[in-house]
Design a protein around this ligand. Structure first.
Ligand SMILES: [Zn+2]
Length: 405
């Protein structure tokens, strides 16, 4: 051991490990070479400083946030359709730079890990590799690479077409070599004018099972883009590991999801944006009413899912219109809280639950865990808006640059 260990400590007045709140006096957390090396009750700053440790103080400390559903190469800020279309027409180099910007913005907001839910260029896989560099300034990326869909159906910006059994198995096996998870575009999107999912699922049960079997045989989980009762029934029966969006959820599906331990990422953000700013899309009053009804039902099912014990994950679909990387996590957290979930459950869904679902070595801030953490000026258990004011963000034990205004 030639070089000296990089070490520092944080004394937190209050902290949350991802699962438990600790508000009964200060705690001292020691970080050595990017990992949490010790957690001790009390303020041990004097002793540590005497031993040459650098000590920081924090009103509140918690694990870095996780956004379980983003598209890094898309920019959620422009809400003009023409600007969004022009963005997509850029070359891969420009889009890769956009992906890096998204990952930097996420980290600055306290989001230390994102799961990318698909891009047709594989930019997510490239940014994932770059983000691994300590001090990259980017959120870590768990990548869905390129997903799978049916020809002439929704999802061309994020998935490749698959056809018969041989094509499904060959494609999924090949994607499994590059991706961390397999994204299955199981259904289309909601017809907001009609207020429901009007088209048939892209995959029948047999085909969806093939995707799941092949992914699982390669050691990968499957996350399914899915809304509407028909698609949800296929997703659960096929044994996917997670359902994305899941609009038009029902109690029966939630019971099966709980029993089979499927996770649900309800992604309120893109639909909420279209309800809040209908002029961006030109929705009629009737459609705005549909959007409100869909959001209200979604919130009721989220609360039901929580009460039933379904694994719930915070994911925003950042990159969608009006859904900005990083910042959207605060919005999605607000939607969860407004649905009636206790703040403790909301924060767990944004930290511990996704890490556990992803099979992380440490799902919580525990000794041995990589120090991916956020210092806040106040406790979000008392004031949720404190999440929007991160004072310091650490990724792999390295403190990030300035938080954006
Ligand atoms: Zn998405």
């Amino acid at each position: 051991m030639g070089s000296e260990a990089v070490r520092f400590a944080v004394v937190a007045t209050e902290w949350f490990n991802g699962e438990q709140r600790h508000d009964d006096g200060p705690t001292t957390l020691k970080v050595v070479d990017g990992r949490l090396a010790g957690i001790a009750r009390g303020d041990h700053s004097q002793l540590l400083e005497g031993q040459g440790w650098r000590v920081e103080r924090s009103a509140f400390l918690m694990p870095g946030l996780v956004d379980t559903h983003v598209h890094l190469f898309l920019d959620g800020r422009p809400t003009d359709q023409a600007v969004r279309a022009a963005h997509l027409k850029q070359g891969v180099d420009e889009l890769t730079e956009a992906g890096r910007r998204s990952a930097r913005q996420a980290l600055a907001c306290g989001v230390t890990l994102v799961r990318d839910a698909g891009d047709r260029h594989g930019i997510n896989n490239r940014v994932r590799e770059e983000a691994k560099q300590p001090g990259s300034g980017m959120a870590q990326v768990r990548s869905g690479g390129l997903g799978v869909k049916r020809a002439k159906r929704y999802g061309a910006f994020m998935a490749a077409d698959v056809g018969d059994e041989v094509s499904i198995r060959t494609s999924v096996r090949a994607l499994a070599e590059a991706n961390d998870e397999i994204k299955l575009i199981l259904t289309g999107i909601i017809d907001f004018d009609a207020g429901r999912v009007t088209d048939e699922p892209q995959f029948d049960l047999e085909a969806a099972r093939m995707v799941v079997e092949t992914a699982h045989a390669s050691g990968l989980k499957v996350f399914a883009h899915c809304s509407g009762e028909k698609g949800l029934a296929v997703a659960v029966a096929a044994g996917v590991d997670a359902i994305e969006h899941g609009f038009f959820m029902n109690r029966q599906t939630l019971a099966l999801m709980r029993d089979k331990q499927l996770a649900w990422t309800p992604t309120f953000c893109p639909v909420h944006f279209q309800w809040a700013q209908p002029q961006a899309v030109g929705w009629s009053d009737n459609t705005v009413g549909n959007l409100r009804r869909i959001l209200d039902r979604h919130a009721e099912h989220l609360l039901l899912a929580h009460e039933m014990g379904v694994t719930i994950l915070v994911g925003t679909d950042a990159g969608s219109m009006g859904v900005e990387h990083g910042f959207a996590v605060f919005e999605e957290i607000d939607r969860f809280a407004e649905a009636g979930l206790p703040i403790h459950a909301v924060l767990a869904a944004a930290t511990m639950a996704p890490r556990r679902h992803f099979g992380a070595d440490h799902a919580t801030l525990a000794v041995g865990a990589t120090f991916d953490a956020v210092a806040l000026p106040a406790s979000p258990f008392e004031d949720r808006s404190a999440l929007r004011r991160p004072l310091r963000v650490w990724s792999q034990g390295i403190a990030g640059t300035q938080v954006p205004a």
